[in-house]
Design a binder for this molecule. Structure first.
Ligand SMILES: [Ca+2]
Length: 126
């Protein structure tokens, strides 16, 4: 039992180390690129985990309000590869607190800490 706990702790530490390394050196290191690249050009994608890890959900855009289901209150990273800005909202149907807007053809990013796990709907502009 103790060995199992130690192994889990060790693997968690490793995951955190790898994650932090990916965040700081993403532009030059290939690690994690395959996760971001699940999002295709022309899509706006949301991830449950930071650095493009975990469950991904592409969202519709072009003047669409889209309510998240499984990723509601779980979004930690996004990549807007569409031709319009992507707005994040705390509530459903583009209501509640406005959490931020991400420009067209932007970079893959982790959302700021203050909005982590808060997005419940998105509005993709044309
Ligand atoms: Ca929310």
């Amino acid at each position: 039992m103790i060995k199992k706990v130690a192994a889990i702790a060790a693997s968690t530490m490793l995951a955190l180390t790898v994650s932090a390394g990916t965040a700081s050196a993403r532009s030059s290191a290939p690690a994690g690129i395959q996760d971001w690249d699940n999002c295709k050009h022309g899509q706006a994608c949301l991830w449950q985990g930071m650095n493009g890890l975990g469950g991904m959900e592409p969202v519709p855009w072009c003047n669409r309000v889209y309510n998240l289901s499984t990723l509601s209150n779980r979004v930690s990273a996004l990549w807007n590869r569409t031709g319009g800005a992507l707005d994040l909202w705390d509530g459903f149907d583009g209501t509640g607190e406005f959490l931020g807007s991400y420009p067209a053809y932007g970079l893959p990013v982790n959302v700021p800490v203050w909005i982590n796990d808060r997005t419940s709907s998105v509005v993709g502009h044309c």
